[in-house]
Design a protein. Sequence first.
Length: 305
Amino acid sequence: MFTDLIHRARIHAPVPFAVVWPCEAHALVGALDAAKEGLIQPVLIGDEARIRAVAQNSQIDLQTCQIIPAPTPETASQKAVELARSHHVQGIMKGCLHTDTLMHAVVSPSGGLCTTRRISHVFLLAVPDYTNLLFVTDAAINIFPDLATKQDIVQNAIDLHIGLGLGQPRVAILSAVEVINPKIPSTLDAASLCKMAERGQITGGILDGPLGMDNAINPEAARIKGLNSLVAGQAQILVAPDLEAGNMLAKNLIFMAQADSAGIALGAKVPIVLTSRADSVQARLASAAIGALYARHLAEQKGAF
């Protein structure tokens, strides 16, 4: 499923991305592999001596790469944000630094990249034997999101689905049960989010919830439970009640169902590709392609392309 996204990203000119602290082999090789595939134009930000040493050890040619020196991950993050604010880059890619360090610069009240939306993360998962590309959100940033934050989480994921050219998504708001139970707050949030979509407070997607994981993705489970909707049994976006549930769901699919994965943070002025040391080469390329496609979509909306 990611092959098509990678191919579509290759069609266009590479999108400039700030690569923050690529001071280990996996981070540098991942960024330059994406550059070789024509997905991004990397601007490497970090300790120049370490970057060049890693490149030499990995037999990587840096002649065509711009390197911006930064002595620490914190300063590298700040410089990446400055480049995004000045439109020198259209996206940011995490290297070998803690996500918290990068996001601290992104959400800084003075000089960050915040918009009116809360920033949220989406895992994109290609699960064997499941027809649709699954979006799981939020599994990396918002720990215990309240209703207003969930509204932004849902809207960010819908906008990504549409921005990648995948059409109007079917959005399942997950809980432990598919009925409203006042003792389970996530069921109340699910019902509220669906009503918000009916009233135009969330746009672009078809919402249903609360739904259990089984009847969100399995048509037979939905039929047995008597759920008749456009979402039940065929969801494309899975909205978790909190970060712990979302993270466990995504990693179960990756490590137990052998799903190919990619990840991106949304809601800032530019997309932020959050890669992990455990990511495969394919996952890194897919994340870069998604970041490039969505960065181009955002820029086109602003008339920059």
